[in-house]
Design a protein around this ligand. Structure first.
Ligand code: SAH
Length: 505
């Protein structure tokens, strides 16, 4: 595989919505492209993969406002490529399935601009799959047809041959048809399709907001209208639609239909957010805090240079562990500099980060709090010995104080600072209405409260990573409903799952 080349246009499918359904090739090209021309129906997080300095141009069609004319889009693409830029033309689903990708390729050929096509996962297959409907089935559908429902079925010169579609021996998958669903169903039935055939409509397939309705072909328009199903929706008719009853899997995931707020700093949120999303949650990222590394400070540089001299090195967060190794690296050192030290990690998350850098922590307390860490040090001789506590700038002083009480010569260095993140108004609204809010540290509590500016979630259950965070939440006037038994992200997820499986009421 090669990265995006200058002067080349890539017609790239971004998949149907779930960011995980983007191809590796799409991600690689996005990461390198100078210019990205994107449509409306692309995964929410796709653009986050683009280079921070890439030119991002929205060329999509809003339902209400006029679209950038097709020839404008083509001109833009050609101009940018001729200017020597690498261009990703990013489209929802697959670029050659009802995406006008064919026309754009032809325009590029006409202009003599080099291009490549990167197929994507098309909505017509993916949305049914996420609804538990296989578009083919050995017993029930040996063929599948992709059909545009955009045409007015009442038009005499309709490009669609309704008789042929009605007689088609397999599954019909319709794109862009939800607004005309009543006419489509009527037309198909009038042309001989079985009115009692199982059918389905899948709205926003593969996204957290996916909704599916099923009915007979004759009844689907009324059922979909009743549920308020609107674009983008895939309509499907064929016996396979009934398979959803057995195969439907999405709605069975443990956090399906629950919205969960993640308040961690963006750099670390992705792990928790992805885990929750994979369990079916609708994740609202409200990164209340951001990590600002301070590994360039004189104290940190000094500590990194002389780290071999410490008898004990204490890390109080996974961020701290990660940044300590960055600081060591900047000082031209590596894990070997810790060869003689006892290394203590406050909890399993911190220990895991250390392990990623080749250090198995000597001490990890049961409970991830400073008091427990001090206790876990047990009989370790500290009198007169040099100890390094590497941590966040605003951390509590329990640990250094307890170490000093035991006679240690303690140096405390701040590897990073957590600063408040500017809250996104949309995320705030979503947070106010969420089912769960998760807190992974006291600072996330503090910043969440200030981001909400006096308002509070109306019905959310609040979940914390452990007792210190719980206490911070209570002090901030919040009720805590769930506290993790294991004080790391996995423990928090476990606690959330347990709470979500409670019988209602
Ligand atoms: N090139 C795209 C299709 C573009 S046409 C692809 O291959 O998927 C736009 C239509 O695609 C919408 O009207 C809708 O019918 C369908 N569509 C796109 N994304 C969808 C989604 N997430 N869920 C359901 N239908 C979707």
């Amino acid at each position: 595989m090669t990265a995006a080349r200058p002067g080349v246009v890539y017609l790239v499918g971004a998949g149907p919505g779930d960011p995980g359904l983007m191809t590796l090739r799409a991600a690689e090209l996005l990461a390198g492209a100078d210019t990205v021309l994107y449509d409306r129906l692309i995964p929410r997080l796709a653009l986050a993969r683009a280079r921070p300095d890439a030119e991002l141009v929205y060329v999509g069609k809003e339902p209400a406002s006029p679209q950038l004319p097709q020839d404008e889009i083509e001109r833009l693409m050609i101009d940018r490529a001729r200017a020597g830029r690498s261009v990703v033309r990013l489209k929802g689903g697959d670029p050659f399935v009802f995406g006008r990708g064919g026309e754009e390729a032809e325009a590029l050929v006409g202009a003599g601009v080099a291009f490549e096509v990167v197929p994507g996962v098309t909505a017509g297959v993916a949305a049914p799959a996420y609804a538990g409907i296989p578009v083919t089935h050995r017993d029930e559908a040996s063929a599948v047809a992709f059909v545009t429902g955009h045409e007015d079925p009442a038009k005499d010169d309709s490009a669609l041959d309704w008789e042929a579609l009605a007689a088609f021996p397999g599954t019909l998958v319709m794109y862009m048809g939800v607004k005309r669903l009543p006419e489509i169903a009527e037309r198909l039935i009038a042309a001989g399709r079985d009115a009692g055939e199982p059918a389905a409509a899948v709205e926003r397939g593969t996204t957290a907001a996916q909704r599916t309705v099923t009915a007979t072909l004759a009844e689907l328009p009324a059922v979909a209208a009743e549920a308020g199903i609107g674009p983008p929706t895939i309509i499907l008719t064929g016996p396979v639609a009934a398979r959803r009853e057995t195969i439907g899997w999405l709605e069975r995931r443990p956090l399906h239909g629950r919205s969960v707020v993640v308040t961690r700093a963006r750099a670390q949120a992705s792990g928790l957010a992805a885990t929750l999303a994979a369990l079916g949650a609708d994740v609202v990222e409200l990164p209340a805090i951001r990590i600002e590394p301070r590994i360039d400070s004189p104290e940190v540089r000094q500590a990194a240079r002389s780290i071999h001299a410490y008898a004990l090195v204490c890390l109080t967060s996974a961020n701290g562990a990660r940044l300590l190794f960055e600081a060591l690296d900047a000082a031209g050192r590596d894990a070997r500099a810790l060869a003689n030290a006892t290394v203590a990690a406050i909890g399993p998350g911190t220990a895991a980060e250390l392990a990623d850098h080749g250090i198995n922590a000597d001490i990890v307390p049961e409970q991830s709090i400073a008091e427990a860490l001090v206790e876990a040090l047990g009989q370790l001789e500290l009198e007169g010995r040099p100890v390094l506590v590497a941590r966040a700038a605003e951390a509590r002083d329990v640990l250094p104080e307890a170490l000093r009480e035991r006679g240690a010569e303690v140096d405390v260095v701040a590897l990073y600072e957590t600063v408040a993140e500017d809250p996104d108004p949309e995320a705030i609204e979503a947070a106010l209405d969420a089912d769960y809010v998760t807190f992974t540290s006291s600072s996330t509590v503090k910043n969440f409260v200030s981001a909400l500016g006096g308002r509070a979630p109306t019905r959310a259950r609040l979940a914390t990573i452990g007792p210190v965070t719980t206490q911070a939440a209570r002090e901030a006037g919040l009720d805590v409903h769930v506290e993790a038994k294991r004080h790391d992200v996995d423990g928090l997820v476990e606690a959330l799952l347990e709470d979500a499986s409670r019988p209602p009421g």
